[in-house]
Design a protein around this ligand. Structure first.
Ligand code: HEM
Length: 471
C-alpha cells in the first residue's frame, strides 16, 4: 500500500524536523565545541594499562606530560581519564569547581572499608562527617596527645634497637597504627588494640588484592575480618555509651554528634569512619617516615644539623628527662623542613581520582561526564618551574613558602587531609627521639622503589638501630 502525505504535512513537518535537528545539534554548546584533550587511549578495553604497569607509574605520567603538556587523556584500568598536571588545573578540580567532580573508588574497596566513610561522599553528609573528623584531629585536640605519642615513639625505638635487621616500613606501620588508635580512641584496652590490629591487617591485605568472594582468597578473608572489626567496634562503642564520657577523641566526637534534626550517627556510620581514618592514617605516614630515615641516612651533613637542633631541645628538657611539649614541637624548623621536603620529593600520593558529574570545559578542552579526572600531585611537585632542581633533596628550598597549589602532599579543597597536623606531629616526635638517642645504618646496597601500595624504598628500607650510648 502506498503511503501518501498531504502537502501541508510536508510543508510544516519537514522544516520543523530540520530545525529541531539543528537546534539539538547545537544545544550542548559550548562544551560540544570543546575538544577532548590530547593524548592516546591505547588498545580497545585495556587502554594503556599495560604501559602504566610495565614501568614506574611516575615515568608513565611524566613521559605523557612531556609529550602532551599539562592536560592529557588516557585510558587505564578500564576508565577513560583526563590527567591534569598544573597547579591551576588541580585547583579547578579540587577547590573552585569541586562540586562538578565527585570522589570515586572501586565498589570492592568501598565495601571493604565501609561505604559510609567520609572520603566516598560529597555534600551534606560529607560536610557533617568532615567537621567531626577535622575537630578531633585539629591542633587544639592533638596538642594533648604529645605525651602519649612520645611514649609510643620511645617504646617503638627501644624495640628496634639491638642490632637486628628491621624492615623500617613495617616498623613504622606499627608506630603509625598505634598513633592512629590514640587519636581515634584515646586510651584503649590492650586486648581491644590487639584484636583490632590482627583483623585490620587482614583487611589491609585484601584491599589491594583481586576482589573475588571465592573462599580462601585474600579479598574474601578481608571481608570476613571486616565483619569481625564491626563487632569489636560495636563492643567498644557500647562501653563508651554506657560510660557517657565526654571524650574529645574521634569516637567521642562521632558518638556525641547530632544533625540539624537531632539525629545521631548509626553504628555502621561510626564504624566505617573509624576504619576509614585508620586506613588513611597508617601507610601514608609510615611511608613518609621511612623516606625521612633514608634521606637523613644518605646526607650525613643534614643529619648533623637535625641532630644539633633536636639535641638543643633535649638539653633544655634536662637531657630528655622532661617530656616534649607542644610548644617545643612548633620550634623545630630544620626538622620541619626535612619533613616538607620528604613529602615533596617522595610524593607518596602521586595523584588522586575524581569523576566528572557533568560535561565540564577546562581551558577549551572537554572533560566528558563520567570520565575520571586525576590531578597529578607528583608531576607538580617535580616540575622545575616550581621547584628548582626538583630531584635534589634540599630542605632549604622551604625557606620560601611555595607558590599556591604547587605543594599539595595533603591534597587541597573539600577533601584535603584532615590528619596532616597529626602526621607531621608524629614525624617530629619520632625524629626527635631517633636522632637524639639512636643511630641507624641501612643494610644492603640495593636502591629502588617498591609500591606497598605507596612508594617506599626497596625492601621497606632494611636497617639496624642502636642506642647511641651502646658501644
Ligand atoms: C604523611 C601522611 C599523610 C598523607 C601524605 C596524607 C595525604 C592525604 C591526601 C592527599 C588526601 C586527599 C585525597 C583526595 O583528595 O582524594 C587525604 C585525605 C584524608 N586523610 Fe590523609 N594523609 C596523611 C595522613 C593522614 C592521617 C594521619 C590521617 C588521620 C589520622 C588522615 C586522614 C585522612 C582522611 C580522613 C582523609 C579524607 C578526607 C575527606 O575525604 O574529606 N591522613 N590524605
Amino acid at each position: 500500500m502506498e503511503i501518501v502525505f498531504p502537502l501541508y504535512v510536508l510543508i510544516i513537518f519537514f522544516p520543523s524536523l530540520l530545525l529541531y535537528i539543528f537546534l539539538r545539534k547545537n544545544r550542548r554548546s559550548p562544551h560540544k565545541r570543546a575538544k577532548l584533550p590530547p593524548g592516546s587511549m591505547g588498545w580497545p578495553y585495556i587502554g594503556e594499562t599495560l604501559q602504566l604497569y610495565s614501568q614506574d607509574p611516575n615515568v608513565f605520567f611524566a613521559t605523557k606530560q612531556r609529550r602532551y603538556g599539562e592536560i592529557f587523556k588516557t585510558h587505564i584500568l578500564g576508565c577513560r581519564c583526563v590527567m591534569l598536571a598544573s597547579p591551576e588545573a588541580a585547583r579547578f578540580v579540587l577547590v573552585n569547581q569541586a562540586h562538578l567532580f565527585k570522589p570515586t573508588y572501586p565498589k570492592s574497596k568501598e565495601n571493604l572499608l565501609g561505604p559510609s566513610a567520609l572520603f566516598f561522599h560529597q555534600g551534606k553528609y560529607h560536610i557533617r562527617l568532615r567537621k567531626l573528623v577535622q575537630g578531633s584531629l585539629s591542633p587544639e585536640a592533638i596538642r594533648n596527645l604529645v605525651g602519649d605519642i612520645e611514649a609510643v615513639a620511645v617504646s617503638a625505638l627501644d624495640s628496634w634497637a639491638g642490632g637486628q635487621v628491621i624492615d623500617t616500613f613495617q616498623a613504622m606501620k606499627k608506630f603509625s597504627f598505634e598513633v592512629g588508635i590514640l587519636a581515634i580512641f584515646g586510651h584503649l584496652e590492650a586486648h581491644y588494640r590487639e584484636e583490632l590490629k590482627k583483623n585490620y591487617s587482614i583487611v589491609e591485605k585484601g584491599y589491594n588484592s583481586f576482589p573475588t568472594k571465592i573462599p580462601g582468597t585474600p579479598y574474601k578473608k578481608a571481608l570476613s575480618a571486616r565483619k569481625r572489626l564491626s563487632k569489636i567496634l560495636s563492643k567498644i562503642i557500647g562501653e563508651r555509651k554506657e560510660k557517657r564520657s565526654n571524650e574529645k577523641d574521634l569516637v567521642g566526637c562521632l558518638l556525641n554528634s547530632r544533625d540539624d534534626k537531632g539525629e545521631i550517627l548509626t553504628e555502621d556510620q561510626i564504624a566505617d569512619n573509624i576504619i576509614g581514618v585508620l586506613f588513611a592514617a597508617q601507610d601514608t605516614t609510615a611511608s613518609v617516615m621511612t623516606w625521612i630515615l633514608k634521606y637523613l641516612h644518605d646526607d650525613p651533613k643534614l643529619l648533623e644539623a637535625v641532630k644539633a637542633e633536636q639535641k638543643a631541645t633535649s638539653q633544655s628538657n634536662e637531657e630528655g628527662n622532661h617530656p616534649l611539649t607542644w610548644t617545643q614541637t612548633r620550634k623545630m624548623p630544620i626538622t620541619y623542613k626535612v619533613i616538607l621536603e620528604s613529602l615533596r620529593i617522595a610524593s607518596i600520593i602521586s595523584f588522586t581520582f575524581r569523576e566528572a558529574v557533568a560535561d565540564v570545559e577546562y581551558k577549551g578542552y572537554l572533560i566528558p561526564k563520567g570520565w575520571k579526572v586525576m590531578p597529578l600531585f607528583r608531576n607538580i611537585h617535580h616540575n622545575p618551574e616550581f621547584f628548582n632542581n626538583p630531584q635534589k633533596f634540599d630542605p632549604s628550598r622551604f625557606d620560601i613558602v611555595p607558590k599556591p597549589y604547587t605543594f599539595m602532599p595533603f591534597g587541597s579543597g573539600v577533601h584535603a587531609c584532615p590528619g596532616n597536623e597529626l602526621a607531621k606531629l608524629e614525624m617530629l616526635i619520632l625524629t626527635h627521639h631517633l636522632v637524639t638517642k639512636f643511630r641507624w645504618e641501612v643494610v644492603g646496597s640495593k636502591s629502588g622503589i617498591q609500591y606497598s601500595p605507596f612508594p617506599v624504598p626497596l625492601g621497606g628500607l632494611p636497617a639496624k638501630f642502636w642506642r647511641e650510648s651502646a658501644p
